[in-house]
Write a protein that binds this ligand. Sequence first.
Ligand code: ATP
Length: 270
Amino acid sequence: MATSPSFSRPATARGPAVAFEGVGKAYGGTVAIAGVDARISPGTFVAIVGSSGSGKSTLLKTVNRLIEPDHGSVRIDGADVAAQELHQLRRSIGYVFQNIGLFPHMTVAQNIGIGSRLASGKPLPDDRVTALLDLVDLPRDFATRLPEQLSGGQQQRVGVARALAGAPGLMLMDEPFGALDPVTRETLGEQYRALHEQLGLTTIMVTHDMAEALLFADRIWVMASGRIVADATPAQLIAGRCGPEAEALVAVPRLQAERITAMRAAGPAA
Ligand SMILES: Nc1ncnc2c1ncn2[C@@H]1O[C@H](COP(=O)(O)OP(=O)(O)OP(=O)(O)O)[C@@H](O)[C@H]1O
């Protein structure tokens, strides 16, 4: 993904601060999130990890109000999201999720510009579409293709471009590259991290891949049973002492790295 002067936010731009204050949500007897208090500084990349059902997606979706909490509040730069007009709130936040959900009958350009069309009735100008395609490293002539003519990784790039079309300061990503092969996933993760820097974003990303979290995030939240049980930097997590849930998650990539190192040291098998 590349620098595109016609799109970039101002060089001094910094994504907003995000604060969760006593945020809780239950479904019947199931507590999905249990009174989360946490803060994200402007411009930080936070990865949320944790076992299945620990509440990661529910917490993420309280930010753009895809889920309304039962109690507590989420604040973006101090403003309670519950008090904001819903469409305006969602237009100001980029949202990327697994199996991105492009409209199959619309071209790539129309998919990227869907937010603009819904908001103003007007398509996104061609030069903006071009700038966004440049930004996510897709050829410009893809603008006229249909989603079915793209690979899964290319479709996810369109999803990132669509999320960036409204020039948001905050990006929410829910397993954005989870359905892709490991090589494409690594490339997209790395390129997205560069975009996060370049555009001065605040990013919150849910991932099942601890290695991805360790490599790309500034801070990692480990969730268990609806709570954040560790909030640490990648270096702190790797060093240990962040609790059993964090240790169990870090153990997987650590063990894999150790095994591969041992295999390399042993040399090629006869
Ligand atoms: N709409 C719903 N109705 C009932 N229970 C729900 C609903 N959405 C989530 N839950 C429950 O809330 C809990 C947290 O779900 P959530 O999707 O946030 O977990 P997660 O950590 O994102 O899981 P995964 O990693 O599997 O996607 C789970 O026990 C889930 O079954």
